[in-house]
Design a protein around this ligand. Structure first.
Ligand SMILES: NC(=O)c1ccc[n+]([C@@H]2O[C@H](COP(=O)([O-])OP(=O)(O)OC[C@H]3O[C@@H](n4cnc5c(N)ncnc54)[C@H](OP(=O)(O)O)[C@@H]3O)[C@@H](O)[C@H]2O)c1
Length: 288
């Protein structure tokens, strides 16, 4: 029976993996979070992995406070970088496959065409640099896949969709930036894609090819477009006003364009990706 260890499993993606795991009989899932497995602790991480001998590890643990990372870059690097090294070193030389989740914030945002995995990473924030460090550590293990995702949301945890619904319920109007363009990702879709890959490889239907893969929903929007759609689908009465990023005081610089090209993951693993609008409707139905 394949053993699948999920770290950081109390977050958005981890919770979606818990849900989707219920469709996969015959696999032994181990869900951990910082209280049961703090991956910044190299000794405990190595002991846990040696004791449980997972065939797959999906690392969903992360430090995601993009602005705060500018004030405490060491903490961001510890969780997003060094902790990934702890996992990679614990499985060094083994057959264990490793899926590590990264971010569109490793790109500099200066492109105006969808970003593929060959475009050089050049993060413009401490958070982005810590995520890039994690990618490099993950890829030191031969059987590693790094999946870059963007604008993640879910019915679990804190995220933009829930924040907009809360503000739009309380206020007559809200301001949202329109000069940052990307694609939202419903964590339920990403969790389903991850399990498609794992189960396809286990059943020998597809080969696992190490490397970096981009994954978001299909389509393109600005945060403003995204907020308009959230307000509309949630049935709220609130004016969404477009503003420029420089009207908001944010500590970290964000990429102004981070639309990702998903051809590689679709072609390698036969994955179909829903449009962001379709997935947003699904999530809002759950939130209602
Ligand atoms: N959220 C986004 O918009 C976004 C965008 C692009 C990429 N991503 C990436 O997608 C992945 C999943 O993100 P997410 O939104 O699901 O994250 P999340 O909701 O913040 O969940 C991360 C989980 O990791 C836990 N964690 C923190 N430090 C840990 C440690 N030392 N050991 C074990 N667990 C630890 C967190 O616990 P605490 O809550 O107690 O800290 C939390 O439960 C991450 O790699 C993230 O960087 C996210």
């Amino acid at each position: 029976m394949a053993i699948i260890l999920v770290t950081g499993a109390d977050g958005q993606l981890g919770n979606e993996l818990r849900l989707v795991s219920k469709n996969y009989y015959g696999y032994d899932f181990i869900f951990t979070d910082v209280s049961s497995l703090d991956i910044t602790d190299s000794v405990k991480t190595s002991e846990f992995i040696n004791q449980n001998k997972p065939d797959w590890i999906v690392n969903c643990a992360a430090y995601n406070l993009v602005d705060k990372a500018e004030e405490e870059p060491e903490q961001a690097l510890l969780i997003n970088g060094i902790a990934v090294k702890n996992i990679a070193e614990s499985i060094k030389g083994s057959e264990c496959k490793f899926i590590h989740i990264s971010s569109d914030y490793v790109y500099d945002g200066k492109s105006n065409i969808p970003l593929n995995e060959n475009i050089a990473a050049a993060p413009v924030s401490a958070y982005g640099r810590s995520k890039l460090a994690g990618e490099l550590y993950a890829l030191q293990h031969q059987g590693s896949m790094v999946i870059r995702t963007s604008w993640l949301y879910s019915s679990f945890g804190k995220n933009f969709v829930k924040t907009i619904i809360r503000h739009a319920t309380e206020k007559e109007s809200i301001k949202v930036v329109f000069d940052q363009v990307g694609t939202p990702t419903y964590a339920a879709d990403l969790a389903a894609a991850i399990m498609n890959i794992i189960s396809g490889v286990i059943r020998n239907q597809i080969a696992m090819n190490s490397g970096i893969y981009n994954y978001s929903n299909e389509g393109v929007c600005s945060w403003y477009d995204f907020a308009c759609e959230i307000v509309k689908e949630a049935g709220l009465n609130c004016n969404v006003l477009p503003v420029l990023s420089n009207e908001f005081k944010q500590t970290a610089v964000r990429p102004s364009y981070s639309v990702m090209d998903k051809s590689k993951i679709k072609e390698n693993y036969g994955i179909t990706i829903p449009h962001w609008r379709t997935s947003l409707i699904n999530c809002i139905k759950l939130l209602k």
